[in-house]
Design a protein around this ligand. Structure first.
Ligand SMILES: Nc1ncnc2c1ncn2[C@@H]1O[C@H](COP(=O)(O)OP(=O)(O)O)[C@@H](O)[C@H]1O
Ligand SMILES: [Mg+2]
Length: 342
């Protein structure tokens, strides 16, 4: 569990102070994969670095597993930091050391007995699929393999939390996919809570349960990945969602929305494509309404089809009301399309 309470962070800056975190309040529950997305300079790295005290907060509290980091003694802090692993965009490996020693490093620093180190490193290299690379050096590995070493090293001390700072941003899409799969496996098999930051909405879509959107040091919106993807509330949120699925309406639909003042035009979100189709055809049978699909697309959220349909109901207001009630009763999410152009 990680909780930020009224957190502020100001850097001195060269000309003027930089307010990197501005009244941050949010909570990551144990076992969750929580993603924070934002453009460069939003404050994401500062945020994540406050969790393992690579940065200290100016105001507020950061609570990790029930302990307020800002009030711990150095030795208490050392204990809790063992429970937090971190991986980085550029891997931060020691190039002069073998893969084995890189993974072993946190244990060597903790003065773990040699035989225990050997057993743990062997297990970890196997877990990340690099058993055959133990005696090689970082320069001999691909980017994806280097990140696997970074992950094995981060897991060495059996952390309960893994922090990922743009861990896939230096990797190609295919390698990104394999690293994300590994993160999902870590979350599931070891039940490790993951806080990740990224500027790529596809990363959020593929692994996260929850997401927060950050801008100018503030969290401007947050929620379940489903909620934010189906109904982004801020302009920046919409722009991020749009990078992975087209939620912005094509011109012909926008024209229709304008002409009809948005009347009878709805956005319907569904998490299982097959589940929603019968409802729409049922509506035309049950009520005196025609359902016209104007636009739609489907993407995958954590392996489950997630769709976005823009439909126009053709009929009377009372019939429409009944149809909407029917959708609600069947847990189909819908919202009226207004003219924000989305
Ligand atoms: N050590 C530092 N000293 C001064 N300013 C910093 C420092 N680190 C980050 N900043 C500033 O804080 C803001 C947030 O940076 P950062 O947390 O790295 O954002 P992000 O990871 O979202 O790109 C930026 O304006 C950045 O220039
Ligand atoms: Mg950053």
């Amino acid at each position: 569990m990680i909780e930020f309470i009224d957190v502020d962070k100001t850097y001195p800056g060269i000309e003027a102070p930089v307010h990197a975190l501005d009244n941050i309040n949010f909570k990551v529950d144990a076992g969750e994969i929580y993603g924070v997305v934002g453009y460069s300079g939003a404050g994401k790295s500062t945020l994540i670095r406050c969790v393992n005290q690579l940065e200290s907060v100016t105001e507020g509290k950061v609570i990790v597993d029930g302990k307020d980091l800002t009030s711990l003694t150095p030795s208490e802090l050392r204990v809790i930091k063992k429970r937090i692993g971190m991986i980085f965009q550029h891997f931060n490996l020691l190039n002069s050391k073998t893969i084995y020693t890189n993974v072993a490093m946190p244990l060597i620093l903790n003065k773990t007995p040699k035989n225990e180190i050997k057993a743990r490193v062997t297990e970890l290299l196997d877990f990340v699929g690099l058993s055959d690379k133990a005696s090689q050096y970082p320069d001999q590995l691909s980017g994806g393999q280097k990140q696997r070493v970074g992950i094995a090293r981060a897991l060495a001390t059996n952390p309960s939390i893994l922090l990922c700072d743009e861990a896939t941003s230096a990797l190609d899409p295919q390698t990104t996919e394999s690293i994300l799969e590994l993160l999902r496996k870590i979350n599931k098999e070891y039940n490790i809570t993951i806080l990740l930051i990224t500027h790529e909405m596809s990363v959020i879509r593929d692994v996260c349960h929850k997401v927060a959107v950050m801008e100018n040091g503030k969290i401007i919106e947050r929620g379940s990945v489903f909620d934010v993807f189906s109904n982004p509330e801020t302009e920046t949120g919409r722009r991020f969602v749009n990078t992975v699925m087209q939620t912005e309406l094509p011109n012909y639909v926008q024209d229709l929305v304008q002409e009809s003042d948005g009347q009878y035009i709805y956005r319907i979100n569904f998490i299982n494509q097959l589940a929603v189709k019968p409802y729409l055809s049922q509506i035309s049978k049950l009520y005196d309404l025609n359902v016209n699909v104007l636009f739609g697309n489907i993407t995958e959220l954590q392996g489950i089809p997630f769709g976005n349909l823009i439909v126009q109901f053709d009929g009377s207001a009372p019939e429409l009301e009944k149809a909407l009630l029917y959708l609600e009763e069947n847990n189909v999410h819908y919202s009226e399309v207004n003219t924000y152009a989305g």
